[in-house]
Write a protein that binds this ligand. Structure first.
Ligand SMILES: [Zn+2]
Length: 264
């Protein structure tokens, strides 16, 4: 997970401000969950920001860094817009963070693996869906008057550097918690890795396979420098390269070579 800096470049699509104002006003006038649900299902205007959100990450999923070339991205609402579940159980008395439904600061570009639920017969195995646990339910915001900063979400947020730092990339291609076991930070990382399935669907294997080729190139060059190899490694280190966090970590194991150190 690499930091997606917010505020994003202030080049929101031209019509967005107008659409946002209209949608927020309409939603604000509604008093029942049924009305809101029906309205939000009909007016998924956040899809218009998909390209804008994609540009911020070089067309990578903000959570897992996959490029998702054969499936379109989703615009995930970090705080779910129509009801919240914790461990698959709908929170009673919470209508979702509907007042954030059209706020771009609540949008996260997500691949379908990260965003959509993958269910077995008895359980939701992976996928964020409407899951949004926080550290202490007593601090849960139920309306726009609540203080979001007091919530302490369990899911790591790619828009926060401190959250990105809680994940480490192993040379085996697996994403692991960076904090010590037994800490809240460890629990958050573990939860995010498992819920979003970072180490599922052969993802570690595909990272390892690409890394083997790079490792051979680095070994062939040794302590010397070779511009072609440097250029190749730079592509993998670039923010917009798929899984660049992993490659940065893997290439970092060759810091003993001055030319590698200079790249990082
Ligand atoms: Zn993803």
């Amino acid at each position: 997970m690499r930091l997606i800096a917010i505020p994003l470049p202030p080049n929101l699509p031209v019509r967005w401000t107008k659409i946002h104002t209209k949608r927020v006003a309409a939603l604000g006038a509604m008093t029942t969950q049924k009305q809101r649900s029906s309205y939000l299902k009909k007016h998924g205007s956040w899809g218009r920001l998909k390209k804008w959100l994609s540009n911020a990450s070089g067309y990578k999923c903000w959570y897992c860094e996959a490029k998702s070339t054969r499936a379109s991205f989703d615009v995930d609402h970090f705080r779910p817009k129509l009801g919240v579940t914790v461990n698959g159980v709908l929170l009673e008395g919470h209508a979702g963070y509907y007042w954030l439904a059209y706020e771009w600061s609540n949008f996260r570009l997500a691949c379908q693996r990260c965003n959509r639920p993958e269910n077995s017969e008895t359980d939701n195995l992976h996928g964020k869906a409407n899951e949004f646990p926080i550290q202490d339910e007593a601090h849960r915001c139920k309306s726009s008057a609540g203080l979001l900063a007091s919530e302490l979400p369990k899911l790591l947020d790619p828009c926060l550097q401190a959250d990105c730092a809680l994940l480490a990339d192993g040379i085996d291609g697996e994403v692991k918690p960076a904090a010590s076991i037994g800490t809240w930070e460890f629990e958050r990382a573990k939860y995010t890795i498992e819920r979003l399935g970072f180490n599922e669907w052969n993802t570690p294997e595909s990272k390892r396979s690409a890394w083997q080729t790079l490792a051979l190139l680095i070994a062939a060059v040794g302590m010397n420098t070779n511009q072609d190899v440097i250029d190749e490694l730079k592509k993998y280190l670039s923010n917009d390269h798929e899984y660049s966090s992993f490659y940065r970590s893997a290439i970092g194991t060759h810091r003993d070579k001055a030319w590698v150190e200079a790249l990082l």
